[in-house]
Design a protein around this ligand. Structure first.
Ligand SMILES: Cc1cc2nc3c(=O)[nH]c(=O)nc-3n(C[C@H](O)[C@H](O)[C@H](O)COP(=O)(O)OP(=O)(O)OC[C@H]3O[C@@H](n4cnc5c(N)ncnc54)[C@H](O)[C@@H]3O)c2cc1C
Length: 470
């Protein structure tokens, strides 16, 4: 993708110069303009070009975020919220320059309410920080994108991960948010009640809004009890089709599987070498069950039978924590292991999601496309949700390879949409997927634009993202 392909945003040199002066005075050392720090606060995870902001602010309170947004609004300067920068579609880029608002100093856990199974945190708390903090309470926060992302960033991208098949995504797990809106006012979108019918659902409007409507400064999240028993294991299959069919049967039978992840043969090769796993180099399902001792044993047995009926097995499962941890660490390291398949290459991760009945068909057609186009592109996926990642390994210095990879991704996204699915199950639109939004949602894009114009008439909140330029 060339810079010229990205949604252009006009630079406002005069406004930017004014805001740089104001923020330096307001925040002192907590406002930085060095080249290195600016580049780190833009998109760096894929081949999408880096578009650095003009300055990086490190606020510590909601009031400071309000001051920053008000200064930017007064001078019509873009404001781009920043968590840890692990997003994959150019979300944190500053195409028209502006101010990156790094939330890493807003990292306090404000309240944990074990009796209500919820907590309130600032946006810079990462998912691993939160789970470390919760360890002694018997509770955990289940959403686990591969990166140790910030909870603000996860809400803003409506993230999910391996546990979503059982516990849902950020959409289901954010009870309420506080956000600084484009005019500098704050809004709190709900209370701590488990459900509410009070008017428009502003929580869900902000979840997934990618910093284009407001900057989240606090989140109230649902927590889960750590299950009495956890068991899991790996089950090999003779083909991807057999593995996919086993997933479909597991979900359609209503087995309350906590995780069910597809790893194709090429990805398995990478994981075996990188994470020292001792499993066959064939398509595999990584599976985990949560519940009582008897419950997880029964679920594992039923899954084993389904696997066998689909030609898979043996399904070797364990309740030993260390063995399970090793497996899931390998799964979470899939991105890094796959890069070893082509040293020097950069990965382009896709994330289509289709209704579960279309899952096998979508994966198989995609594998055929990978072979036909001669790409090196392992597959790993949150199969229980009908969601999978193809990691296209490409030489980012070769324009022909970039063009081929983009062609492949376009075909994949359109295939998923044609199957009544989505071009993005969890990564979001950012800059990279803008071209697919109208194919997927049609007139819905116009409604989104109306909302954006009403809430951010000056277009200062993360401009150039989600919505097509015209
Ligand atoms: C190896 C790897 C594996 C991954 N696996 C998964 C996965 O399994 N599932 C998944 O869902 N994602 C996955 N991702 C993508 C990424 O981790 C998620 O998108 C994550 O939610 C981004 O969080 P962040 O803190 O890095 O946000 P950033 O990248 O910093 O920001 C992302 C977007 O959110 C906005 N934002 C950040 N903070 C705020 C805030 N406080 N208020 C308003 N807007 C804000 C930004 O402006 C930007 O638009 C993976 C990424 C990598 C590198």
């Amino acid at each position: 993708m060339a810079l010229s392909d990205l949604n252009p945003v006009e630079r406002n040199e005069e406004g930017i110069a004014a805001v740089l002066g104001i923020l330096k005075q307001q925040l002192g050392e907590r406002f930085q303009t060095g080249q290195a720090i600016r580049s780190q606060h833009a998109h760096t995870t894929t081949y999408i070009p880096t578009q650095a902001p003009d300055g990086v602010a490190f606020p510590e309170t909601t009031a400071e975020v309000q001051e920053i947004v008000r200064a930017c609004a007064a001078h019509r300067v873009p404001v781009i919220a920043f968590g840890v920068g692990s997003s994959l579609e150019g979300h944190t880029n500053a195409p028209g320059g502006g101010i990156s608002v790094d939330t890493s100093r807003m990292n306090r856990i404000l309240a944990v309410n074990p009796q209500d199974l919820d907590c309130t945190v600032e946006p810079g708390v990462t998912r691993e920080d939160l789970n470390r903090h919760l360890r002694d309470t018997g509770l955990f926060f289940p959403i686990d994108p591969g990166a140790n992302a910030s909870l603000g960033g996860m809400a803003a991208t409506r993230a999910s991960g391996t546990n979503a098949v059982r516990y849902g995504t950020m959409r289901e797990n954010v009870l309420s948010l506080t956000a600084v809106m484009a005019d500098g006012e704050t809004v709190t979108t709900g209370k701590r009640a488990k459900k509410s019918s009070a008017g428009y659902d502003l929580t869900r409007l902000l979840v997934g809004s990618e910093g284009t409507l407001g900057i989240i400064t606090a989140l109230t999240l649902r927590l889960q009890g750590i299950p009495q028993a956890i068991s899991g294991g790996v089950c090999p299959f003779p083909s991807v089709e057999a593995a996919c069919n086993a997933v479909i049967a597991t979900i359609q039978m209503g087995i309350p599987v906590a995780r069910i992840e597809l790893v194709n043969a090429l990805q398995m090769r990478a994981m075996k070498n990188y994470s020292k796993l001792d499993y066959p180099e064939s398509p595999c399902l990584f599976v985990e069950f949560h519940g009582s001792d008897a419950g997880v044993a029964e679920q594992a047995e039923t899954f084993g039978m389904i696997a066998e009926e689909n030609g898979g097995g043996p399904f070797l499962w364990t309740s030993v924590a260390e063995e399970r941890t090793k497996l899931w660490k390998a799964r979470h390291d899939a991105y890094w292991s796959s890069l070893t398949l082509r040293p020097g290459a950069k990965g382009l991760s896709t994330d289509v999601c289709v209704p579960i009945s279309r899952f096998a068909e979508c994966v198989l057609e995609t594998e055929a496309d990978i072979a036909e186009m001669g790409l090196i592109a392992p597959i790993v996926g949150h199969a229980g949700d009908g969601n999978f990642h193809v990691l296209v390994l490409m030489d980012v210095n070769d324009p022909k390879e970039i063009a081929l990879s983009e062609k492949f991704v376009a075909r994949l996204n359109m295939r998923a949409i044609a199957m009544d699915g989505t071009c993005t199950g969890e990564h979001g639109i950012g800059q990279g997927k803008i071209g697919f939004l109208r194919h997927e949602l049609g007139h819905g894009v116009d409604i989104m634009r109306t909302i954006k114009q009403a809430l951010d008439p000056l277009d200062i909140m993360n401009p150039g993202k989600i919505l097509p330029g015209n």
